[in-house]
Design a binder for this molecule. Structure first.
Ligand code: AKG
Ligand code: FE2
Length: 337
């Protein structure tokens, strides 16, 4: 397929092309929505019991939280974002080497969604996706340019893996499971998904990413310092403020089901802005495709007594999620007992 990346043609464009203008009822409207002042921020360098309590509360009330003092250096975060910016600013001929909409390809560079050719309206974003671990198996498929891509992104993947284990353990403990319960098959895959949102000529008419819940276990997102992320809270789109060096953690659909609705998965999307390119670096923690998923009671040993959802294999969930076009409410209804 022809290279349609927004980053490869948008620099010469002053008005938003028709195919990026959403119908009036789907537009983000005034983008200066109030940022969520009560946004849950959790300091990972504090009392362990307090962290467990805060993670549980945020997962129940908000479906996401921001983590500060997580142990990943500011320098590495800056270097990582700068490598991705360079990647998305390479000449179109270079980018074309990585362009792929094949969901089975080991490294995918595409624009809007995988469904570009059938979309009514396109999203103002490009995306690069590849697996991270084990590094030695996956690294050969990663971009070779910019020259330091593999070195910097390896370091980032290793550090985020450590953070993912910390987060996974506090969520496990907070739910009353033993430490490590959410590791293993439930967290088998670490998928890197980098979004690039170039400055947009008319952010009130366009969207960067569609409204969705993450279908996986949980997601760790570094959104840098440019605003664009919004969550749907009490029926209103609310901004998630970019905090210096913070990670946003989203409770995924699988955690909502495993926790029998104790934790909630929150609907979110991305809007654009006219001035600054925005890079968001998502790491999706994903169960193996054969992984057995069901609501689990305390200590994670037996199925819960009053399960709200029936058991399934993760790959079945993905199939249902696709047939329901990512509508999580409809998917939940499908698995409801
Ligand atoms: O760009 C963002 O802030 C949102 C990214 C996101 O929700 C995702 O990649 O699933
Ligand atoms: Fe997401």
């Amino acid at each position: 397929m022809e290279n349609k990346l927004v980053s490869s043609w948008c620099k010469n464009v002053q008005t938003l092309p028709e195919s990026y203008i959403f119908p009036p009822d789907e537009r983000p409207g005034e983008i200066a929505v109030p940022l969520s002042g009560s946004s849950p921020i959790i300091d990972f360098n504090t009392d362990h019991a307090l962290i467990l309590q805060q993670v549980n509360k945020a997962g129940q009330d908000f479906g996401y939280f921001q983590v500060i003092n997580h142990g990943i250096s500011e320098t590495l975060l800056e270097e990582t974002v700068s490598v991705f910016k360079e990647f998305f600013n390479m000449p179109a001929e270079e980018q074309a080497n990585y362009y792929s909409v094949d969901p089975n390809s080991k490294c995918r560079l595409y624009t809007s969604t995988y469904n570009y050719s059938n979309e009514d309206t396109h999203y103002w974003r490009d995306n690069l996706t590849h697996n991270c671990h084990p590094l030695e198996d996956n690294l050969p498929f990663w971009p070779e340019k910019p020259a330091n891509y593999r070195e910097v992104v390896s370091a980032y993947s290793v550090e985020t893996k450590k953070l993912i284990t910390k987060i996974s353990d506090v969520i496990s403990e907070g739910l009353g499971f033993e430490k490590g319960y959410l590791g293993g098959e439930l967290s088998k895959v670490q998928l890197l998904s980098v979004n690039y949102y170039p400055p947009c000529p008319d952010p009130n008419l366009a969207l960067g990413m569609h409204s969705h819940c993450d279908p996986n276990l949980f997601t760790v997102l570094y959104q840098g310092n440019v605003y664009g992320l919004q969550i749907l809270k009490d029926g209103k789109w609310t901004g998630v403020e970019p905090l210096p060096n913070a990670f946003v953690v989203f409770i995924g659909c699988q955690l909502q089901i495993i926790s029998n609705d104790k934790l909630k998965s929150v609907t979110h999307r991305a809007v654009t802005n006219p001035k600054e390119a925005r890079v968001s670096v998502g790491t999706f923690v994903i169960p193996s495709s054969d992984c057995h998923i069901e609501p689990v009671s305390d200590l994670g040993k037996t199925s819960t007594k009053n399960p709200l959802y029936k058991a399934y294999q993760y790959k079945e969930f993905l199939h249902t999620y696709a047939t329901k076009h990512g509508d999580f409410e409809a998917v939940l209804q499908f698995y409801k007992l």
